[in-house]
Design a protein around this ligand. Sequence first.
Ligand code: AMP
Length: 594
Amino acid sequence: MSVDSIFSSPLGPPVCEKDAKALQFIEEMTQNADAVQRKVLAEILNQNAQAEYLKRFNIDGIMDRDTFKSVIPIITYEDLQPLIQRIANGDHSPILSSHPISEFLTSSGTSAGERKLMPTIKEELDRRQLLYSLLMPVMNLYVKGLDKGKGLYFLFVKSETKTPGGLLARPVLTSYYKSEHFKTRPYDPYNVYTSPNEAILCPDSFQSMYTQMLCGLYEREEVLRVGAVFASGLLRAIRFLQLNWPQLTHDIRTGSLNPKVTDPSIQECMARVLRPDPDLADFIAKECAKENWKGIITRVWPNTKYLDVIVTGAMAQYIPTLDYYSGGLPLACTMYASSECYFGLNLTPMSKPSQVSYTIMPNMAYFEFLPHDPNSSVHASKLVDLVNVEIGKEYELVITTYAGLCRYRVGDILRVTGFYNSAPQFHFVRRRNVLLTIDSDKTDEAELQKAVENASQLLHEFNSSVAEYTSYADTNTIPGHYVMYWELLVKDSSNFPSEKVLSQCCLVMEESLNSVYRQCRVADNSIGPLEIRVVKSGTFEELMDYAISRGASINQYKVPRCVSFTPIMELLDSRVISVHFSPSLPHWTPERCR
Ligand code: AMP
């Protein structure tokens, strides 16, 4: 029996029986989105009815949406923080979920400077796995022959800690890569990676990256797709190649392993991979030694059909650089997910980044949508169900999950672009309250303000202060870094703050930023040293004049705390009188402060 006769999906003809099943699942879920949502909510309420949180609202036995919506409040992480702290401290009673909390997933979103802790339950892993299992069947509709080669994916685990009560706290992908779902995944010819599990699971980021790159270089002809989770991660890998190709090609030439790779399980598995290949080493060394790295990805991996990286949302800032290194290969954004919940997937993954829309899968959680109006307060009555969102409108995502988050504001702003069957499709607009981001860090206005205040204390001895400031996420460098433009109020011009103190100000700012920023700086090396550019006195007045000339109201004008518009950047850069960088790394340890 041919695959087509088993099931021919409206999405396209599946390439194998497994794909046919996955595509059929997508059809069923999206055709019956509202019914699935009703079932999901009933299941969640049923499952967690005896948990302390839901018991507060006396809805035992009431499973309908209207009662749920009229009784349960819309909340943020801060509202749940005391309950989450109790779970973290070892309270095993059913607090949010009736099922035992299996671990905490540490979000890249922070609260009071620390990663948010998202409680999760065992069965959520199956739900995540289910969403992953839909990605290749959709991709196979658009890119043929992916079973004829491999994927070079740079995947990493990060450090994990234990809460005072003994629960593991780690990022969701670390949890997934360390799970049996990933480690003992069955062979799938459409989803073969060049990176061995031993390399992905190595907690030392240098050894992990080195090994993954080495394996990718050995199999350069087999590689059909190159990827990482986010665009910033793939660029980090390119930078790594730039810095380490002499040693990598030495290893390939001689068939030996860099002595810096000391992890015994990597050494053991690489013993099976390593072989002297002087021709390959010569080729790679010749390409890497060229000054011009334009198109390096397709030069080194000539059969790459697309890059698999998320370039929507904040990651859009990396598109030009990726285009440069890949010679304009298609960029596939396949899924939309978070520590709280995996949301959905892109049903047309080869669409241009600006046109990417994610279809939320109604089986993942119960979804509601808060019409996004920055000027109005939150009204529960305004929340809209998944199937009732309107094309063209923007909403903030609110979720109710099996793990016990109830009407929880994720913080993502989404715009409806259309529907697939009855399931809406969303363009990711932005995350609420994020001013600066380079990698997974998210710095808001209040954090930046506090950091400036802390740093400006150092200027007191020079009888000076920061009169005005703004910031910029500079992604022209790899890794990218934060740039601060400071206009100083210097009372005694013969006592201008010294270079030493201004570079110290950079470090104090970094010390003041949240733990995700500092982890990116220290452990991941994905953010470069913070830079302060001191501008001439009067620059911010010119900035205001410029804004007013473009129609801003003089009464309402506020200094933008982050800039990216080219004419403004040019104005600021033309007024720079000195430039200072953080002289060392800020403090960071995996341990939480609270
Ligand atoms: P985390 O909680 O650290 O896992 O981060 C999850 C957040 O990353 C989401 O809430 C989004 O803000 C962002 N994110 C995840 N997937 C995408 C995507 N495909 N496009 C844009 N932003 C995304």
